[in-house]
Write a protein of this length. Sequence first.
Lengths: 401, 395
Amino acid sequence: MKRRSFLYIALGAVFGAGILAGCSGGGSSESGGGTGTTATGDSIKIGLVASLNGDQRPWGVDSERGVRLLVDQINEAGGVNGKKIELLVGDSNSDPQIGKSATEKLISDGAVVVLGEVASGITAQMAIACTEKGIPLVAIGATRDDISDKGPDIFRVCYRDSFQGPVMAKFAFEELGLKRVALMTDKKIPYSTGLSNSFRDYYAMLGGEIVDEQFYEGGASTQFNAQLTNLKGKNPDGVFLSGYFTEVGPIVRQASQVGLTNVKFMGGDGWDSKEIINSGGEAIVGGYFCNHYSDQEDRPEVKAFLDAFVAKYNERPGTTMGALAYDAAAVAVEAIKAVTGDVSSKSVAGALHNLENYKGVSGDITFKGQGGNPPKRALVVELQADGTQKPVKAYAPTDVK
Amino acid sequence: MDLGTAFAAGLQLDFANLPQQLVNGILLGSIYALIALGYTMVYGVLRLINFAHGEVFMLGAYMALFVSWWLGYSPTATTLGQSSWVNLLMMLVASMVVCAIIGMLIELFAYRPMRSQPRIASLITAIGVSLMLQYAGALFLPNSPPQPIREEINPYRNEVLQIPLKPRDTTFIEKIKVEEAEFNAAEAAVKARMETEGVKSEFDLSPEGRLLRETRNDERNDVTNMKSEYERSGVSLLIPYGQLIMFVTALALMLILRHIVMNTKPGRAMRAVSLDFDSASLMGVNVNRIVTLTFAIGSALAGAGAMMSATFLGLSLTTFFGVQPGVKAFVAAVLGGIGNIPGAVLGGLLMGVAETLVVWSGYGDYKDAIAFVILIAVLLFRPGGLLGSSKVEKV
């Protein structure tokens, strides 16, 4: 009898915890426009939410390393106006709801500004939490367009899908000479559907033909034979895969097995991870995707960043998110430096809105007059057999549209 | 637009693809069937839905991953020797053995103590075991980033079995040669131009060079189109060797299972236990041993399915790897009539084919919904499943 009741208690605890975790996501219906946080004492707290566990761990690890590198550099140089920057880190576990809870925790711990996430789905939830409390958010790699509509003080240091979609469409049509392209979209992630749409529209405008679009669900699909057989029947010159590397790899590996060879595979920055070479195998070598910068560029910002990164961690960042996270932290610190008087969420947000021509590792960043969406350049890279990315063409914000 | 026209607008039927899609469906279904057998066997003897079965599948996939590392195909290895079928067999056997042991342990520690309790207690325990393996497994197993088994371990990865149904139009072969010659000439022109301009990448060419490159691209598209037209002039089924191995192995395992259940003494005991648990024990059947055997066999089948999915399909492993296949296979088992062994196979194949046909018809977004639509439709008319007995239970 005793054993049984213990089991019930244990089960109750498990389910109770599950229910609580489920609630914390949807709750708190405060009527927006919180007052934000004001930094007190001799340190200024900034928060970072990153996917330190789960599918997107490669991005999360690089995010944390990039931000920590910058914060350490600033503190070693004496901090900002005599105050140290204190970094608070939360783990989103690659999950939007957990990301939102982590953001709320960072805000209640006193962060004046929150940095993060790479995935648009997670960032959207973080943006809601930040807007509710009146805290500015600087997103690292969230490219989906509507992220910045979630509130007045939502910034990002990356380009948007309405830019990278057209860039890849232009590259496919003009540089690769592909006239018939098929799309493959992950129905489950907002990033993928948004990117597919922007690619489709621009490619059709250029005069190319979208011959087919097939769907799958990330995490739920195992065999892609059915979709790939359909694609093959439509005889495309190229296939644009707008999903994350976790599914793109297996899809491309299986594509070669159903005889979908001789086509060019392309994608967005969701491809950016070394893992894609292991899961994609030989078939993915020679694929093109859109990225934020390349560690093979010779701009001084890139060199300085890579030298400092290697000195601290003994290896180069595995993804471009290391550089973007460094930039996100840098613009936040730049804004804090520009504040006169009290460092508060409000004053930092104001300074961010006025930021102009910051020379970031991933290129120039300007928020002034842009509503949180800096015009950024994009780099098309080619996957090499050793997993490195060879830059093949750069596009300026004015090159499309 | 009313529903009918909306449906017709999205419908795109390419009948040349249909035979291939049916084959794809059967290949997919054979794995569902393999997992579904585990659910149905356990239900047959214990009237318990083993929700942890999907997690046994996940652990089997990890076992295959570890064996592949041990064989030298780790993510960091750069020089890989030629793999052979022996490697695959070792992974298969290791996965099956480990899964059988895990299945037996789960039964011994989680379900046996609950057997005299109301059935709902066992059911909740099953959910608990499932969650424990998913989340506690994440502490020990390499899951972030998700790890795929390297394709180099599969020596047959580039081989495809072609079954011609209608011969191709061979006049295309000459045309392809002509197109290829034109392409090669254009390619040579681009290479020469890159040489004279002194650029390393074809994307840095001057406008004149770009014109050459465009011609080359058009020629390349012509070659691709011609080849594809050649392929489409006949009808042939393509089956990648890896997936063929999956199908044949699954089939062989199912036949072995049938032999065990129908023609051996433990099999007869298993059927007796399934028919009436208490009477079987009164007749001298060692019920505990039979239940353990059932778990071992069912889990070993899941392990085989897991090893083959992970190896031949290139999927990355997390501790949630078994959730979706588990759900699908469970639906397949219910569809075929839970507790009924041929029913599980039928249900699995039916699910695989149905899902594939939904994608074929252009409604790929509803792929996962269709499984449940079929389930509801079947249960409305045959509450016991397709082959199950629809005996009304007193509540």
